[in-house]
Design a protein around this ligand. Structure first.
Ligand code: ADP
Ligand SMILES: N[C@@H](CCOP(=O)(O)O)C(=O)O
Length: 297
């Protein structure tokens, strides 16, 4: 049996739309058991327990692309879901990364992490959640002319990532559909300056700069109307003097950053959220430096 552990991610981190993301210490666990024939699921929502399952489809994609000599005849996939689905915390990328890693091990294809990442980007359509899920830390990643470029940015250990998660879903597909096809040049300048500052702020541990560096003109404003109380929650987090706040991935989760020891801010944020509709819950997380891994058991 093979166990694959894949972390949640927070993509974009404000201004880094489709290229910047970070890995969180919350993992989905996927167990793969070879069968003589057939396809079985365990622990998976009924709606996903079929041939369209993203983990299974990803394995087929891998076999089709890589054409390994050894392909399991049948497979049982068991899910331990800890990451909320359709909330902007990379649940789909956990399925893609798990499917690719499992297919790679079970078929003895021996692809490198970068080769896996390229396939993951092809499936997910953007690198900013699959790259940190595979490599850990904060990652800047993009493809150009078929070549993959990425580098990791270490996140100061004392930063707590408070993922504020509502009870409603927002699919990435829907949240991408509201974005404009083009953006004004001045918005490009706005984002590139904040994105560069954000990376410098983390690298140099100059956390006073994070708040202004989380600002963005590419996606957050366009998506905010899809999320009840988005503006109120961001304004409240800023009033509490959290380090910075941004929409996690495509939303609806809103991420606010505080330091270890900032328990008062966390308690105030919790009691504020409890006054709102949609049962907002806080997942109190840290950046994970390692990313996905597997165990043969
Ligand atoms: N644990 C899971 N089991 C099966 N399918 C999943 C799981 N998590 C995500 N998916 C698939 O990914 C889709 C959600 O992807 P997406 O809209 O990108 O949201 P997210 O921000 O959570 O990644 C689901 O509709 C489903 O097809
Ligand atoms: N850059 C993408 C990130 C989507 O991440 P997810 O975790 O919400 O799937 C986007 O903003 O659409």
């Amino acid at each position: 049996m093979l166990e694959v552990y894949v972390p949640a991610t927070s993509a974009n981190i404000g201004p880094g739309y489709d290229c910047l993301g970070l890995c969180l210490d919350l993992f989905n666990k996927f167990t793969f058991e070879e069968l003589e024939s057939g396809l079985q699921f365990e622990g998976c929502d009924e709606a996903f327990a079929n041939e369209d399952n993203l983990v299974y489809k990803t394995m087929l994609f891998f076999y089709d692309k890589v054409k390994p000599k050894k392909i399991p005849k049948g497979i049982k996939i068991s899910f331990e879901n800890n990451i909320p689905i359709c909330r902007g915390l990379g649940s789909s990328s956990t399925c893609i990364v798990a499917g690719l890693m499992a297919a790679n091990v079970l078929s003895e294809a021996n692809l490198s992490k970068d080769e896996i990442l390229k396939l993951a980007i092809e499936l997910e359509g953007h690198p900013d959640n699959v790259a940190p899920a595979i490599y850990g830390n904060m990652i800047i990643a993009f493809m150009e002319d078929g070549n993959l470029y990425h580098e990791s940015i270490e996140v100061p250990k004392e930063i707590r990532f408070l993922a504020m998660v509502p009870d409603f879903e927002l699919s990435t597909e829907k949240a991408r559909a509201v974005l404009p096809k083009e953006i004004p040049h001045k918005d490009g300048v706005f984002n590139v300056s904040r994105c560069a500052l954000l990376i410098a702020a983390f690298t140099k541990n100059n956390l006073d700069l994070v708040k202004v560096a989380c600002k963005d003109k590419f996606h957050q404003d366009y998506r905010s109307h899809l999320i009840n109380n988005y503006d109120d929650i961001v304004a409240y987090a800023n009033k509490l003097d959290s380090l910075g706040t941004f929409l996690s991935g495509a939303g609806p989760t809103i991420m606010t950053l505080v330091k270890d020891g900032d328990d008062e801010i966390v308690e105030k944020m919790k009691s504020y959220l409890s006054t709102l509709e949609n049962n907002w819950q806080i997942l109190d997380l840290h950046c994970d430096p390692n990313g996905a891994y597997y165990k043969e058991v």
